[in-house]
Ligand binder design. Structure first.
Ligand code: NAD
Ligand code: ZN
Length: 353
């Protein structure tokens, strides 16, 4: 679990106080990995005090994190720092949070990031790492994984060393998120809840967090009485609880299929989940009904027919990536999932999307 959390509007102002006691020495810098959407945003960056060799690296979140990108960043940081850094601070959405987690692991572990995609393969503790979300929904701020696309798979580095040592939850940082992106990333949280709560891996720990997150999502996306600030705070906590819920259970069909879309078409996680979930009423009837109400209420139009021009080879890769995520299918459909979700059935589903 994340060992330290600060919550509150404006709490980002505490960043320098939080980091100061963690500085190892003047040669061991803090490295800030920040979404480049904040590049000319002095409202955010002017509050970060850079001392000694501390530096900011702005990174685009246009594409989701890749193992190669993590290796390059870790190498660059090692080569350009006099000593091993005091810490890595990720500021942004799931993309930047995952990059910060993965880079902090690769600074203390040999080899390449792709060697650690899987469960509990990381050998050495990561360096101190801090997560500061600027958009709510993925739960990446609380989870035990960092999802990376590698040469042969899209899979997380799941380990006890992955979670952040410190998280700052300041909902004010989410105030300028564009509406569509707010919906897509917010729906990632909603889908985490549905997949966790209806899954066969469910246990009371996950259920209690899942129910809290689901209730918050319903308030944010279906009710009208919340102020902007309240809605931002509630979605930030929904993201956290939704993430906690899947830490001890698993996601399901929408995530397995969305990983396939992402691998072949580069479709991003939030929108990919929405495109898929919209067609999963057979498996999640209540969840999909609620999803459609939310989509309508916020006037969100999703792309259609995105798989119709794929070659057989591309479709087969998509099936291979999605069906390779066995725990997700087993969670959704039980031990005999292979009898229910055959490659033919999955292909037909993709072609509907
Ligand atoms: P993102 O980080 O890719 O950001 C989406 C867009 O929102 C970007 O264009 C970004 O620049 C913009 N943005 C972010 N904050 C903003 C702000 N305050 N104002 C204006 N624009 C802002 O999106 P995401 O949906 O948060 O993350 C998706 C990633 O998270 C995927 O790579 C996915 O694999 C990963 N993920 C990880 C976990 C996990 O547990 N580790 C869980 C779910 C998803
Ligand atoms: Zn997700």
């Amino acid at each position: 679990m994340v060992s330290r959390v600060i919550f509150g509007r404006g709490s980002f102002n505490q960043i320098n106080d939080v980091l100061a006691p963690k500085r190892l020495n003047s040669k061991a810098p803090f490295i800030f990995l920040i979404d480049d959407v904040f590049k000319n945003n002095s409202w955010l960056t002017s509050r970060i005090q850079l001392s000694y060799d501390d530096r900011i690296i702005f990174i685009s979140s246009k594409e989701e994190p890749k193992t190669e990108q993590v290796d390059e960043l870790a190498e660059e940081i090692i080569l350009t720092s006099k000593e091993r850094p005091s810490g890595i601070i990720g500021i942004g959405g799931g993309t930047l949070l995952d990059l910060a987690k993965a880079v902090s692991i690769m600074i203390t572990n040999d080899g390449e990031a792709k060697d650690y995609q899987g469960w509990d393969l990381v050998k050495n503790p990561a360096i101190f790492h801090v997560g500061i979300p600027t958009i709510s929904g993925t739960g990446a701020e609380v989870s035990r994984t960092t999802v990376l696309t590698g040469p042969s798979k899209k899979l997380g580095i799941n380990s006890d060393y992955t979670p952040f040592d410190q998280v700052i939850l300041d909902s004010e940082l989410t105030k300028d998120v564009p509406k569509n992106q707010w919906f897509y990333t917010g729906m990632d949280c909603f889908i985490h809840c549905i997949e966790s709560l209806t899954g066969t891996y469910l246990n009371t720990f996950s259920e209690s967090y899942g129910n809290m997150a689901l209730d918050l999502c319903k308030q944010v996306f279906l009710e009208d009485h919340l102020s902007m600030e309240e809605a931002q705070e509630k979605l930030m906590m929904a993201s956290w609880h939704g993430g906690m819920s899947i830490v001890y259970s698993q996601v399901g069909i929408a995530h397995a299929m969305s990983y396939g879309l992402s691998y072949v078409l580069g479709t991003k996680h939030g929108i990919g989940n929405c495109i898929v979930f919209n067609h999963l009423e057979e498996f999640y009837p209540d969840g999909v009904k609620l999803f459609k109400q939310m989509k309508e209420k916020h006037c969100i139009a999703l792309p259609e027919g995105i798989c119709s021009d794929l070659s057989d080879r591309e479709l087969n890769t998509m099936l291979h990536i999605a069906l390779g995520l066995e725990p997700l299918w087993e969670n959704a459909l039980g031990k005999n999932w292979k009898k229910i979700m055959t490659p033919e059935k999955l292909k037909a589903l993709y072609l509907k999307m």
